[in-house]
Design a protein. Structure first.
Length: 70
């Protein structure tokens, strides 16, 4: 079993760099990262990690979640 914390941290870093291009919906982030082999649950945990560290804002916009850097 791989180190879960390391995988979440790696995924958080990838998400952070993706968001440097601009805000993205949760769907856009998952679509991009799933193509790179990332797991959907780990993606969500990584977004939570970034939110807890006060690096991102997670907003609800009608029917979608939007994530952007602070």
């Amino acid at each position: 079993m791989e180190n879960l914390w390391a995988k979440i941290g790696e995924t958080a870093g990838r998400i952070y760099h993706l968001l440097e291009e601009g805000e993205k919906s949760l769907y856009q982030i998952e679509k991009t990262l799933k193509k790179e082999g990332y797991n959907s649950n780990i993606i969500k945990m990584a977004i939570g990690w970034l939110a807890r560290e006060d690096k991102v804002e997670v907003l609800k916009d009608k029917n979608k979640w939007v994530i952007k850097l602070k």
